[in-house]
Design a protein around this ligand. Structure first.
Ligand code: SF4
Ligand code: SF4
Length: 414
């Protein structure tokens, strides 16, 4: 089935009940402008398909409504008709990138810049040594067929944070112009590398070391690819499906060349894309995909008296590939608490919009941070680098790996 047929089918199910609007973070953050909400996106996509079917092209302005969608899937979990407005936005972005369906080019240049950099440098911001520097001096087992695959996700945050802060200082048109130039001359993006949040970089590198230490303590042998590439999530989420497939094939070849059979991921985006999405698009992409917590059952942790508030990552609690191991481990560390919005109607940290819509992103992350604080818990626990970078607004926010390593009963030598 073509994307147009898929989009037609998905949007035609909508009965306009508005349930999805009550949970969509971007609707409230955009002052309730309907096209920035879940139902608005579905109805807009329906109109767009109608125009394309009738006239061959659509004349609608669709760029901001679809690119601003967070892909959180909160809407899908409350929709009585089974419509997924997040997936509708993904498909609509795919039509935007296939320029033949719209009267004018509505591709976001910042998105194009990110995609160009991934395809050329295997990293959304062209990072290289900045990705693997955390691993210097650590010992890996080259003969293992288990790979520790960070995908550079934790490492990326210190750089994307500064870029989004810079973006806030300029007009959107200026940013789009700069991004357009960088897309034409991708090496320019490397000029941004000296700009990063030093504290966040050190913190993220230490989180990676905590994960390494936990796996070692559990007795797992694993290798690491020095030049490890980005997992490709942006390609899928921003609608560049052809590039996504080409990139996935590259990843598959890299894993095979390195004799990898088992992949240990450390974040929700990489876990989902490798486990559930690439196998749908790429024949033979059939590695065993794990999360690092899957290997820690034999470790003991000391339990404290604190209330630990868990902010669930959307890709673990609201997407189809549910993963609840963090809850099990948080319960070993203290009393778990949840904010009002949790489980399959959780609330996004706003991070996915950070590079394209920094103001929207910070409005959503402020709201979520306040919700988490209002629980009265002692610590806020995240299990995703994007959530951590967006929600760590004071010193009560921790990545799960940090607490696990600290509370590990260390009767085992690393
Ligand atoms: S909840 Fe589902 S059926 Fe209701 S408006 Fe949203 S997409 Fe349409
Ligand atoms: S995926 Fe999230 S941001 Fe996008 S329409 Fe659904 S609820 Fe709104």
């Amino acid at each position: 089935m073509s994307i147009l047929d898929d989009l037609d089918l998905e949007t035609s199910k909508c009965i306009s009940c508005t349930f999805c609007e009550s949970v969509c973070p971007t609707l409230q953050a955009s002052d309730y402008r309907a096209i920035f909400g879940a139902r608005g996106r579905v109805l807009l996509a329906r109109e767009m398909v109608k125009e394309i079917r009738n006239q061959g092209k659509s004349s609608l302005d669709v760029s901001d409504p679809f690119y601003s969608c967070l892909d959180c899937y909160a809407c899908f979990n409350v929709c009585p008709a089974g419509v997924n407005a997040g997936h509708v936005s993904e498909m609509a972005k795919s039509l935007i990138t296939h320029k033949k369906f719209l009267n004018k080019n509505q591709e976001k240049q910042v998105a194009k810049m990110i995609i160009t950099s991934i395809m050329k440098f295997n990293s959304p911001l062209g990072l290289k040594n900045e990705i693997n520097s955390w691993s210097y001096g650590l010992h890996f087992d080259e003969n293992s067929d288990y790979l520790l695959y960070t995908g550079g996700m934790y490492q990326l945050m210190a750089y994307s944070k500064i870029l989004s802060e810079l973006e806030r200082k300029f007009k959107n048109e200026t940013i789009e112009k700069i991004a357009e130039i960088i897309s034409k001359y991708p090496s320019i993006i490397k000029l941004t590398h000296p700009m990063y949040d030093d504290n966040l970089k050190k913190r993220m590198d230490n989180i990676l070391k905590s994960i390494y230490n936990l796996l070692k303590a559990a007795g797992i042998k694993f290798k690491y690819i020095d030049d490890e590439p980005y997992p490709g999530s942006f390609l899928y989420e921003l609608g560049y499906i052809d590039d996504f497939i080409e990139y996935g094939k590259r990843l598959k070849d890299l894993f095979i060349r390195n004799n990898v059979k088992n992949i240990i991921t450390i974040d929700p985006h990489t876990y989902e894309i490798l486990k559930a999405i690439y196998p749908k698009y790429i024949e033979g992409f059939n590695f065993n995909v794990y999360h690092y917590l899957d290997f820690l059952d034999n470790l003991n942790f000391s339990k404290g008296n604190e209330n630990l508030v868990y902010h669930e990552p959307c890709h673990f609690s609201m997407h189809k590939e549910k993963y609840n191991e963090p809850i099990k481990f948080i319960c070993k560390l203290g009393e778990i608490k949840f904010p009002e919005r949790h489980g399959n109607t959780s609330y996004c940290c706003g991070g996915p919009a950070e590079l394209l819509y920094p103001d929207l992103s910070s409005s959503i992350s402020n709201k979520r941070f306040n919700e988490l604080k209002n629980t009265g818990g002692d610590k806020i626990i995240t299990a995703c680098p994007i959530c951590f970078a967006n929600l760590s607004k004071d010193d009560t926010v921790f990545d799960l790996a940090e607490i696990l390593e600290k509370r590990l009963n260390k009767n085992i030598n690393f």
